[in-house]
Design a protein around this ligand. Structure first.
Ligand code: SF4
Length: 337
């Protein structure tokens, strides 16, 4: 087994096998607390992980600070009793995904773009996840060699950008991604592939040579939208993964979620922008929390969110200030705040 204890970094000349690292993830909340010397918090864990199991790669755990119950990375993954509260306005389909479904695993919300639910799996389970209740079992674009999804894309020539989302699309094997790119051959209306993924942040070993060879080979514009919420999520291994994707011709952007107790102050958000830029990543969106059941304790008011962005504008160049948005089901685009 390949393991990393808190404070240690996985270093090896060749990249460790990401599937092995995935299998070796921490999935037991008590084990996570023990690794971080926080056993006294075990009494505050909700039963059955509040119905959304804990999962976190050990390399990500290694970026948490032992003994710190308020660690911003820990707070993103540790089940909380607050998740059990039913709060009015917080639902199981917070962004209207089900209404936007057009074919198996295909969501069509915005003009010119189609989103494929490529995979239902993630290497990490984020407690605020807007799709924590999504019926992935029925909605997998990669099923049957992407047949239904590709047929939909073939027929709708208004689509020029495909977005791979999930779950995490990089949970798929590279050979599964190759099936998709083979299926896209000849679809001249598709000019761009966008990949929404948190894997390069939480399991950077996923960005291995077969993947970057595949990315490089695509005759399309390539955009990889990462998901990091705090500067501490970056380390040398993430920087190296970003460099490999840039070398493969991808433009790198990042979207964050504004989370109470994690990144809801201007210093933290500014540090995140600076840190991601050092890794060659530009800020894209700062999302107001999607109002998903179980995540109400993470919500930040719109007034505070707007004041944070104003503060960032005052201290950062414009290209380091993300767009503050909310996703509203049925809207023709993200709604700027
Ligand atoms: S990586 Fe994204 S899709 Fe997966 S649990 Fe986290 S927020 Fe949800």
């Amino acid at each position: 087994m390949i393991t990393a204890s808190p404070g240690a970094r996985i270093t090896s000349p060749a990249l460790a096998d990401w599937r092995q690292l995935w299998r070796d993830s921490v999935t037991d909340s008590r084990e996570l607390l023990s690794l971080l010397e926080l056993n006294h918090l075990a009494d505050r864990l909700p039963a059955d992980d509040a119905g959304f199991s804990l999962r976190v790669p050990r390399g990500f755990v290694a970026r948490m600070r032992p003994g710190n119950a308020h660690d911003p990375l820990l707070r993103q993954v540790l089940p909380q009793l607050a998740e059990m509260e039913q709060v009015p306005g917080f639902t199981t389909d917070a962004v209207g995904d089900l209404a936007a479904r057009e074919a198996q695993g295909v969501l069509h919300k915005y003009q010119g773009r189609a989103l494929l639910i490529a995979s239902g799996s993630c290497a990490i389970n984020c407690r605020y996840c807007f799709r924590r209740h999504f019926p992935y079992g029925d909605e997998m674009a990669a099923a049957g060699q992407w047949r239904q999804a590709l047929e939909h894309v073939r027929q709708d020539t208004s689509i020029n950008e495909l977005i791979l989302s999930g779950g995490d699309p990089l949970a798929l094997s590279t050979s599964k991604l190759e099936e998709l790119s083979h299926g896209l051959a000849g679809l001249t209306h598709i000019i761009r592939l966008r990949i929404h993924t948190r894997l390069p942040i939480v399991l950077p070993e996923r960005i291995d040579t077969p993947f970057t060879d595949w990315l490089k080979s695509l005759p399309l514009q390539k955009v990889v939208v990462l998901h990091a919420n705090h500067a501490n999520e970056f380390d040398d291994s993430v920087d190296a993964a970003c460099a490999r994707m840039r070398d493969a011709g991808a433009t790198l952007l990042n979207q964050s979620v504004l989370l109470r107790g994690i990144n809801d102050d201007a210093d933290t958000l500014a540090a995140l922008s600076e840190r991601m830029f050092a890794a060659g990543v530009l800020p894209y969106y700062l999302h107001q929390l999607d109002r998903v059941q179980g995540a109400a304790h993470f919500e930040v008011s719109d007034a505070q969110a707007q004041s944070l962005i104003e503060d960032m504008r005052g201290r950062l160049p414009g290209y380091l200030v993300p767009k503050l948005v909310r996703e509203v089901g049925g809207d023709p685009s993200k709604r700027p705040l």
